[in-house]
Ligand binder design. Structure first.
Ligand SMILES: Nc1nc2c(c(=O)[nH]1)N[C@H]1C(S)=C(S)[C@@H](COP(=O)(O)OP(=O)(O)OC[C@H]3O[C@@H](n4cnc5c(=O)[nH]c(N)nc54)[C@H](O)[C@@H]3O)O[C@H]1N2
Ligand SMILES: Nc1nc2c(c(=O)[nH]1)N[C@H]1C(S)=C(S)[C@@H](COP(=O)(O)OP(=O)(O)OC[C@H]3O[C@@H](n4cnc5c(=O)[nH]c(N)nc54)[C@H](O)[C@@H]3O)O[C@H]1N2
Ligand code: SF4
Ligand SMILES: [Mo]
Length: 745
């Protein structure tokens, strides 16, 4: 491929018409989140699945009509992730299967009459092409010069393939764009991460503190259910958010903090909890190290000090500290999930972890429980070859604490002028829309121009698929087997996903794609089972069940080996840190030159006429992956920009007026976005839901609807500890006329 790669809108050159859309497409206006036992007509057949609309992976049932058409999806009552209830997105997952804009057949980029276009090809031709390019890259540069970006439950197929091929460069956006700082901060403190689903014992908590986590809009199913149970049982909720979120509306205390100042608030809470002696003395003495250093460190961080920074009144800081202390140890300062905000995120989450430790909530009822997990045997395969170069060799010394590969380091290493230790020359991208997921789109497109091979594996024509050399259409989760779900939870539990229907069009499951490619690369031994279901049956038999049984029950729960959901009263606990203690002071971070205890460092403020751009989730969508889903578009088809009434008055803005947003670096939204004037956002910030403003025309329902926050996130504050990309460091102003937008482009 030349170095001038054009974006292709999956418009086919000279190809015949695509297969007609599926008949019998149904539109559901109503989404039940309640279990609907009894109202399912008896002639419906059901097969088990777990949901792929988000990463909570709820287990459910797919019902089919007597003619075999997929009809609806409901939750599995036995499932700990969902307790028999699906969220609106999970119910709407049917729309992923029926979406007529789906990718339908493999495509290869070709040059015809001076234009780059896609040609429809057979699977064989597409895979031959990829295998030959991968062999060339391995010979010319070494297998380490191939990278895999992947997300979702199909990841293990391609991870296995790439490990077998010999590259360590495998990255998921759930690390450096999401929960990486959290996992590293909890690891540094407790020697353990908080997993997914998080081991938060919300069900039994007496006080839940949400630092930006917007549960209720962030629809993590089990957490919402537990939160509403906790509220019913009288738990108090403290929400810290510059926006009056849904969670804030259910809270006793809403702290509308000035964005980017949370560390100051957390330090003031520590000051209050330590100096008023609210902390759990016995717990701290028994389990923690570094208390005296911490006490000394927070000495001057009084509520008065924090007031000047956070705009939260000292009295409110004191009251909420007392509220937490009264509930302890059944108190939970939620660790959050998408935490890559300001580049000091590992330190902010360290402050959260330390606060939990002071209140004694780790390992206690109503705090964090200890998880258990069913261990699924791996297929018997040859050992992977040891790569001769690691991802750390790309930029030696960078991100010393990162436990996973940051996506952004692979992108940077694909740009020759960055002088990486060795070049990255080929990408396989599976189920992650890099162009809306990784901030600073210009850097990603620049990297793309320098690659010899890009393979996109997706169900939909997304922004990134238009930049690929080869596009491989995967069938949806409703049309395939997948790995056994065995996430940690209160009890060990497994769930099965099986096809509810044959793959539509010329699409294939990820397992098949990875295995066929492995065959062409001479790596078949790494996929010893021709069919995934045979592997699953073998794995299930190791666990005392079978594919046959799981097809009928969907979910199987095992008893815990030990009665250790919480620490025993006098239990001696060896934590996974170097000292075996909960490290309030972190020698581990200190040895790499980072602050051993969190500090507050001020962030840049918006210039006159600019507002901080913050973003989040809407209950009926998952990122950009559902924006085109026919069922969910019906519920919400665009995002709006939330603007405080005071600001709207200054600008003379009206509700639903269309405006464009321009950021501090002159980048302008591709499309206009409607104004929503609301007291629910602070005057110094604006807010929008991520996942809209698609520029890919083949997404016929969502193209051009709303604006894309990622387009405006050009300034990225990278966390030096682990490489997380802080995205809330951008400021926008408003363009009210189309001419202004055009002039700015
Ligand atoms: N600006 C901004 N950036 C963000 C965020 C934000 O809020 N704002 N959030 C961050 C967070 S928390 C995360 S976790 C990441 C998420 O990042 P991504 O996981 O990249 O999110 P999506 O945009 O949903 O892209 C998923 C892609 O997978 C495809 N897909 C869906 N199902 C399947 C399947 O079964 N098989 C295959 N092969 N593909 C499938 C979809 O069509 C879509 O193209 O984004 C991060 N980036
Ligand atoms: N419906 C739905 N649910 C989802 C997803 C989805 O796409 N759709 N994605 C899932 C995924 S992968 C993730 S990671 C989670 C993310 O969900 P969370 O972890 O809850 O997301 P955040 O982006 O951290 O939180 C967004 C909130 O932070 C607030 N905020 C902005 N700036 C600041 C600040 O400086 N300080 C404080 N205290 N608050 C601030 C915003 O106003 C907003 O309410 O959601 C998950 N659940
Ligand atoms: S929370 Fe909703 S979208 Fe996510 S897995 Fe569960 S049902 Fe699916
Ligand atoms: Mo995430």
């Amino acid at each position: 491929m030349t170095n001038r790669r054009e974006f292709i809108k999956i418009s086919l050159y000279g190809a015949g018409a695509l297969a007609a859309g599926a008949g019998g497409y149904r539109f559901f206006k109503q989404f039940s989140s309640a279990p609907d036992r009894g109202i399912i007509p008896p002639d419906l057949r059901r097969t088990p699945t777990y949901c792929e609309v988000c990463f909570w992976k709820c287990a459910g049932w797919v019902y089919k009509t007597p003619e075999g058409k997929i009809w609806k999806i409901t939750g599995n009552d036995e499932d700990q992730h969902c307790n028999g209830r699906f969220c609106p997105r999970g119910t709407g997952g049917v729309g992923m299967y029926y979406d007529t804009d789906r990718l339908k057949t493999p495509l290869i980029r070709v040059e015809e009459r001076g234009r780059q276009v896609f040609r429809e090809v057979s699977w064989d031709e597409a895979l031959d092409y990829i295998a030959s390019k991968m062999k060339t890259i391995a010979t010319r540069y070494g297998p380490e010069s191939m990278a895999l970006f992947t997300h979702g439950s199909g990841s293990s197929n391609f991870t296995n393939l790439m490990n077998a091929y010999g590259t360590p460069n495998i990255a998921e956006p759930s690390y450096a764009q999401c929960r990486g700082p959290r996992d590293e901060a909890f690891f540094a403190t407790f020697g353990e991460e908080v997993y997914s689903p998080e081991i938060t014992d919300i069900r039994d908590t007496r006080c839940l503190v949400l630092i930006g986590s917007h549960i209720g809009e962030n629809m993590h199913n089990g957490q919402i259910q537990e939160m509403s149970d906790a509220i019913d049982k009288g738990a108090s909720i403290i929400t810290v958010d510059p926006r009056f979120s849904t969670a804030a509306s259910k809270s006793q205390f809403w702290l509308p903090i000035k964005p980017s100042t949370d560390i100051a608030l957390l330090l003031a809470w520590m000051n209050e909890i330590i100096y008023k002696e609210y902390y759990d003395k016995k717990y701290v003495e028994k389990y923690c190290s570094g208390f005296e250093q911490l006490k000394n460190h927070v000495k001057d961080f009084t509520p008065e000090w924090a007031y000047g920074i956070t705009t939260i009144a000292p009295d409110l800081i004191r009251k909420t500290a007392k509220e937490m202390a009264n509930a302890a140890p059944a108190v939970l300062i939620h660790p959050g999930r998408h935490v890559t905000w300001y580049g000091d995120d590992t330190q902010r989450i360290r402050a959260i972890a330390i606060l939990n430790a002071l209140l004694g909530s780790w390992g206690r009822r109503g705090g964090f429980y200890r998880p258990a997990k069913a261990s699924v045997a791996g297929a018997k395969i040859p050992p992977y070859k040891e790569p001769s170069k690691s991802w750390q060799d790309l930029f030696p010394g960078k991100f010393p604490v990162a436990g996973s590969v940051p996506t952004n380091i692979l992108i940077d290493a694909s740009i020759p002028e960055n002088n990486p230790g060795y070049p990255v020359k080929g990408w396989i991208i599976n189920g992650t829309n890099l162009l809306s997921t990784i901030p600073d789109i210009n850097t990603t497109t620049k990297a793309i121009q320098n690659l010899d091979l890009i393979v996109a594996i997706d169900t939909m024509p997304m922004e990134y698929t238009g930049w690929a050399d080869v596009v491989l259409p995967e069938c949806t989760y409703l049309e395939r087997y997948d790995i056994i779900r065995s996430s940690p939870h209160r009890k060990p539990q497994i769930a099965l996903r099986m096809p509810a229907a044959e793959p539509m069009y010329n699409t294939k499951p990820g397992y098949w794609i990875a295995r066929e490619l492995a065959k062409k690369l001479g790596l078949e031994a790494y996929f010893p089972y021709e069919k995934q279901e045979d592997l699953l049956d073998w794995q299930l038999r190791q666990l005392g069940t079978s594919l046959e049984e799981m097809k009928n029950i969907g979910v199987k729960t095992f008893e815990r080996e030990y009665d250790d959901l919480y620490f025993g009263p006098d239990e001696q606990v060896e934590f996974g840190t170097d000292s075996g203690k909960i490290e309030l002071y972190s020698p581990y971070l200190e040895q790499y030159g980072f602050d051993p205890m969190p500090k507050y460092v001020p962030h840049e403020e918006p210039a006159e006429g600019f507002y901080r751009l913050i973003y989040g989730r809407a209950p009926m969508h998952t990122f950009g992956r559902t924006s085109n889903n026919p069922n969910l578009t019906e519920l919400m088809d665009e995002n709006k920009v939330w603007i405080n009434p005071k600001v709207a008055r200054e600008w003379g803005l009206k509700n639903d007026q269309e405006i464009w947003l321009k950021n501090q670096d002159g980048h302008v939204s591709d499309f206009p976005i409607k104004v929503r004037i609301t007291e629910r956002i602070r005057w110094d910030s604006v807010y929008m839901v991520h996942g809209f403003g698609h520029t890919q025309k083949q997404l016929t329902r969502c193209y051009g609807k709303g604006a894309n926050d990622t387009r405006l996130i050009t300034k990225v504050l990278v966390d030096p500890i682990m490489g997380g990309t802080g995205m809330r460091s951008n400021f926008v102003t408003f363009l009210t006329e189309k001419e202004e937008q055009e002039a700015a482009l």
